[in-house]
Structure formats: C-alpha cells, structure tokens
Write a protein that binds this ligand. Structure first.
Ligand code: ATP
Ligand code: MG
Length: 713
C-alpha cells in the first residue's frame, strides 16, 4: 500500500501503534524497557523500532534484534520486510546463540578457536560426558550434563565449579567437567552454553574485539527479555557499552525458562545498572477477548508481583472460556476433533461475516511432548492435517544425525564435527587420547582432522598402532566415497546404504547403546526409514522442492546429501502451512491462534509433578513454591495464546507410566474463576445441530436457486 505523500515516514511507522508503543518506538537516545503483559504488542514494538532506527539514519547492519527461537527470528524478519522493505535484509535478526556463533566465527581466534569449529548438540555432549566420567550410564551422564550446564550458565569453569562444589557428588561432577573441557578444546568444539559463555569471555578479555562490536552495533533489541539468563545479560551489557543503546521488551509473568537458568534478576537489575532507563508500560491487549483475558488475569493473580500491571481488551466479551472434562486421553482427543469440526462448520455458516476458520486457526497446547500422541492418532483418523511443533524433528534424532554425519563427511572431508562423530560412532577402538592428539596436531598445522590423519609427521606425535587405526578409518572413508560417487538410482542406493550399515555394524551399535530393546528397535526402524527416504531420492522419484513424486533423472548419493541440510531448514520454517498446530506450552511462547485448546490441565501435568517433593525440608518447600509460580506462569502463557475461543480440558482418568490413575483437575482451573464454575459443552451435540442447520440452509438455497431459475425461464 502506498501512503499519501503528506504523511511523513515517521507517521507511517506510528500508524498501527498506540501512544505508549509510539513512545517506546521513538525513544532512540538511550536504554529502554517495555514491560507489559501478554498480547500487548511488545513484539510489534520491536519490529516497528527496527524501521524507526533505519529512518533515523542507522544502517541496517548496525541493528541487531534478538529473539528467543529461530522460528521467532524468521517471523520477525518477515514482518520487518513487510514494514520496511528489502532494507530489513541487512538487519541481524537472530537468537543469542546464533549471535554467539557469528561472534566466535569472526573473532574466536582470540580464544584459540578455528573458524570452522564444531557445534556439539546435546547428544554429542552426553556421549562425551559419558566417556569423560569413565563410561557412566546414560541417565547419570545426562544428570551431570545438566549440572555442568547450570554451572556454565552461571559463568563458572571447572576450577571455579570445584571450588564451590558441595559434597562428594558435586566434587565428582566438577572433575568430570574438567575432563569434558579438555576434550572440547582438543576437538575444537563448543557446546550450546559456550555459544553464550565464550562470546562473553571474548568481550570481557579482549578490548579490541569489544570495541569493534560496540562500534558496529548502533542499537540492540531483545524480545522475551524475561527469559534471558545471567550470562546473556552480561553479553548484552558489553555489546551495548556505556551508551546503553538497547530496547528490551518482556513480561515477568511469562518467565517460563527458570528451570534452564533464566532469571528475573535481569529485569530487576536493569533500572539499577541503567539509572536513565526509560520504562514504558503497555496496557491494552490486542489479542484476546475480555473473557479470555479475565481468565488469564485471574490465574496470574496469586503470583507475587514483581511489577504491577493492568491489561484490558476492547475486543468484546466474546465466547465464555470452556472447561471440558474427559474420560481419558483418547476421549479427550475425540472431543478436540469434534470441537474443531464444530467450530469449522460454524465458521462455514458465517463465512460471509469473515469468520471462516482454516485449519491453521486451531492449536492444541500441552505440558509435555509425549502428550501429542493421542491427538496425532485422532487427527489422522479424522483427516485433520496437523503439525507437531516443539517436538523432535526426524533430522534431530540421534541415529539420523549419526548417519547424516557419515554422509556429510563423504561429501566434505573437512567437516570436522562430522569426522568426530563418524570416527566414534560406532566405536572402532580409536580412543579420546588419540583423537585429542590428532585434534591438537590438526589445529597446530591448520589442517582438517581428515587431512591431518594422512600427514607423514603424525607418527611423531602418536604411536604406530594409533596411526594405523586412523589410516584404516581414512582408507575406509575413501573407499566409501569412491563407491558413493558411482551409486546411481534407487535400487543401487539402497544396496549401498545397507552394505555400509552392515560394514560399520550400526544395528549392533544401536542395541548395545540402549538399555531398552524396544527403544533400540524403534531407532533401527528410523534408520530403515532413512535408507528408504534416501534411496527414493536417489531414484529421482521425489522432487525435494515440492515433495512430489516425479520421473526426474536419477541422482548420485552425494547429490542427494547436499539437499539434506536444506530439507531440515524447510521443516523448521513451515510456519505458513494450513494445518492444526500441536505444541508444547513452552514452544508456543510469543505466538497466537484464534482457537486454542489447553489439553490435560490436571494436577500432576500442569502444574507438573509437584507431588514428588512432598514433605521435604524448608529449603525444598521454598523451591516448590517457586516451581508452582513458574507453572502458573506457564498456564498464563497458555491462556493468552488464544484470540477468540479457549477450551480447557482435564482428564477424569489419566495414564501415569503403565497405570491408569484418577485425574484431579488442575488448581489453575479454579483459579481462572470462570463465572459458571464448569461450563459443560458437548461438541458432538453442537456439531449435530450445526450439521442439521447447514443441511437446511443448503436445501433452502437449492430451492431458492430452483425458484429463481424457474422465474427466469
Ligand atoms: P506476547 O507477550 O505473547 O509475546 P506481545 O506483547 O509481543 O505478546 P504482539 O505479538 O506484538 O504482543 O501483539 C499481539 C497481537 O496484537 C498481534 O496480533 C499484533 O499484531 C496485535 N497488535 C499489537 N499492537 C497493536 C496495535 N497497536 N493495534 C492493533 N493491533 C495490534
Ligand atoms: Mg511477543
């Protein structure tokens, strides 16, 4: 839409913003905090402020906007593009972690990192910790990993962790942390926490790097500020320097990542650290009806107030919030199907009024990933298209990553992370000491691990036996690569892949690594799915851009591999599909849908398992109270995702491990203080009535058309 020439650009950016939002957007001289409840347009402030900053003369490249997830970053990029056009492309819109990667790739050399350092995911880390702890079982390793990560988030290294460790167990973990650190250095690898911790170190210890970043960034904007952790806050402070040109937006009532180290202290500290901080509060909610907003305000009421806030909506009272009791998980899924179908049918009747409901207008939210299963089943049966977000994508599964690493290494020998994973998965008697030495040798001579392996002088740093094993691995890779290049077509690809899996004994590796046979079998099935998926693509039977089955030319294995990375990114940004969303509450942060169902709102699910800590000492009771507050905020986040209708389900009987137990409605349902305590609604009855009405209407319109025809003739 083009604007009349008399409208100044600033005014055009102000359009679509209320007074308080405009104030935040137009305040450019110093630090600014927007503190407001859900749906009040905080994220909108960030997108508009990007535009305002560019108008004020900043180059796009001087602006960084930090979001909580990659998905949120993609969405913000899209919105900024609509608002300010292609200039938005230059703005750095990303998560704290992605910013960390960028800083380390550019300046990590100051810390001794190679630019192509590897980023380890959580599974890689578990297995390194397992080894570093002397072959610990997976569950313990994950527990240690958790503690080590918490320490790292507090800015502690292994030595500092040991100094403050309480008791033998923590001392032990601190020692494991020491071994873990050594390995990461040797492998030129970093973990997720390092993506925040190392940039901080870089900014703290290297004056010139700090000066460079401060000079290059004119303004930093941070969304979901309430969920930043202490290290991220330090990074932010050093990035913006004394001048403090930043805008943070957040809501203390939506802080739901305390369990991962996020801290509300960051909100409390801002006014102390920046006495000139401009604080803007927003009070109008543009997302939800009054009925929904009231329920949300009532739920959050009992939590202690960090900053008192009021929130109102002018979208009218709207439909009452429904509480729906269900007999079991399956019954709940059926009721949700019926609810969606009935709301869709209703929408069809009102189509003229712009009320038509698409699949993407619906969302079902739950506390834990596994709760998606019954809904998936019921949706498939009812032909309702859906996507599961917040769960694991196929390409994120450990076994699929193992295989992708091998194939990545075939197509790019210099991919060090892929090398590390392949050479140790399955284990082939090449130990960590050998790999550590290979790693230091490679970084000393600026070689990739694969290049280093064939270097003549390797024998000067490693015993012959170790060099022999490395050579054997290198020769095997060369041989595989040779075969892969000559593998064309679906059938040949399948043979190639199955041969290779047999040669490396991957199935045995899966069964050895899993305590449960059932889990191992499920993983092996995924592997076979992957083989199928790959070979179909080699046969040219599937077009990767459209997913359509085609008769296109066959491809070599290596050509196919190159599209894998692309495919996983397509999966990650499928925001615009017209499908029902199934999501965890945590992954729904910042998003909105016209029609929302909160599923399984039971004691033990939401709030989650508080009963485990029953009858503990005072410190634990305090901890329990804090956990309950965070669960309450999670409920608040859930309720406030809804724009027009909200149903809150609870289960009369629910599964717990292998048993079925009596279900108790969550205390949060009572806390919503709905006018009629439980407003029951049977969607099946409603659907029946709607169908009848719909049938009558179409009969009427057919009759009317026939009458009109008759009159015309
Ligand atoms: P959350 O706390 O959930 O992250 P938020 O405060 O970031 O919410 P937004 O997502 O920015 O809120 O806005 C909520 C909805 O209100 C969006 O659909 C947005 O487009 C709309 N909105 C925001 N501000 C205005 C406004 N001034 N006029 C009309 N609609 C607005
Ligand atoms: Mg937001």
């Amino acid at each position: 839409m083009s604007l009349p020439s008399s409208v100044s650009p600033a005014a055009s950016l102000d359009a679509g913003l209320n007074r308080a939002q405009q104030e935040a957007v137009n305040y450019l001289q110093g630090p600014c905090l927007v503190l407001a409840g859900a749906g009040s347009g905080k994220t909108r402030v960030i997108t508009h402020k990007i535009g305002r900053l560019i108008q004020s003369g900043l180059k796009a490249e001087q602006i960084a906007a930090i979001t909580f997830t990659n998905k949120a970053a993609a969405e913000m990029r899209e919105r900024a593009k609509t608002l300010i056009g292609k200039q938005a492309k230059g703005v750095l819109i990303c998560t704290f972690h992605a910013l960390g990667v960028r800083m380390l790739r550019q300046d990590g050399a100051a810390l001794g990192l190679k630019p192509q350092f590897s980023i380890l995911d959580s599974d890689d880390v578990t297995s390194i910790i397992k080894d570093a702890g002397g072959s610990t079982d997976a569950a313990t390793a994950r527990q240690w990993q958790w503690t080590i990560s918490a320490w790292k988030n507090k800015g502690l290294n292994a030595v500092q962790a040991a100094a403050q460790a309480n008791g033998d167990e923590e001392q032990l973990i601190a020692r494991v942390m020491g071994h873990y650190e050594e390995r990461l250095t040797a492998y030129q690898s970093v973990d997720f926490d390092d993506l925040i911790g190392l940039p901080l170190k870089l900014l703290q210890e290297h004056e010139s790097v700090r000066a460079k970043w401060q000079a290059s960034l004119g303004h930093v904007l941070v969304d979901e500020y309430q969920d930043t952790n202490a290290t991220q806050y330090e990074v932010l402070k050093l990035l913006v320097g004394e001048r403090g040109r930043f805008t943070a937006v957040g809501d203390d009532d939506q802080s739901i990542y305390g369990w991962r180290g996020a801290t509300l202290d960051n909100l409390k500290r801002l006014p102390q650290d920046y006495p000139h901080l401009k604080v803007v509060t927003l009070e109008q909610n543009y997302r939800s009806t009054s009925a929904i907003l009231r329920a949300a305000n009532n739920v959050i009421g009992p939590n202690p107030k960090l900053f008192p806030k009021t929130l109102f909506s002018e979208l009218g009272e709207g439909e009452p919030v429904r509480v729906v009791d269900c007999d079991s998980e399956e019954h709940e899924a059926d009721r949700v199907v019926a609810r969606i179908q009935s709301l869709r049918a209703e929408g069809t009747l009102q189509a003229a009024g712009g009320q038509y409901r698409e699949w993407k207008d619906f969302c079902v939210l739950y506390r834990a990933n596994h709760m998606a299963k019954p809904f998936e089943k019921a949706f498939r049966k009812a032909n309702i298209p859906y996507k599961v977000s917040g769960g694991q994508s196929f390409f994120d599964r450990a076994e699929i990553k193992d295989l992708c690493c091998w194939i990545r290494l075939l197509s790019n020998n210099n991919d060090d992370p892929a090398f590390m994973r392949s050479v140790t998965t399955p284990k082939r008697g090449i130990g960590h000491t050998t790999l550590g030495t290979l790693g230091s040798f490679a970084s000393q001579y600026k070689l990739s691990l694969f290049e280093a392996l064939f270097s003549n002088s390797l024998v000067s740093v490693l015993p012959n036996k170790a060099v022999g094993s490395l050579h054997e691995f290198g020769r095997y890779l060369n041989d595989l690569e040779y075969r892969a290049k000559r593998t064309v077509g679906a059938e040949a690809a399948k043979v190639f892949l199955l041969d290779w899996l047999k040669e490396i004994d991957y199935e045995k590796h899966l069964y050895d690594g899993e305590d449960s046979e059932k889990v191992a079998a499920a993983r092996w099935t995924n592997v076979l799915d992957f083989v199928d998926w790959m070979s179909k693509r080699c046969g040219g039977q599937i077009d990767d851009s459209s997913g359509a089955v085609t008769e296109a030319a066959t491809k070599t294995m290596l050509e196919v591999v190159q599209t894998i990375a692309l495919l996983s990114t397509i999966q990650a940004s499928e925001g615009d599909q017209n499908v029902v969303t199934l999501s965890t509450l945590h992954a729904a942060k910042g998003l909105e849908w016209p029609h929302v169902v909160l599923a399984g709102v039971n004691e033990g699910l939401l709030p989650f398992k508080l009963e485990d800590d029953d009858g503990l000492d005072a410190a634990k009771t305090d901890n329990l109270a804090l956990r309950l507050q965070e669960e309450r905020r999670l409920m608040y986040v859930g309720i406030t995702r809804a724009q027009r209708t909200l149903a809150v389900n609870w289960l009369r009987r629910r599964k717990k491990n292998r048993d079925t137990i009596a279900g108790i409605p969550s205390r949060f349902i009572a806390e919503m203080a709905l006018e009629k305590a439980t407003i029951k609604e049977d969607p099946r009855e409603k659907l029946k009535a709607l169908r009848a009405e719909f049938a009558k209407k179409s009969a009427d319109s057919i009759a009317a058309a026939a009458a009109a025809d008759a009159a015309a003739s």
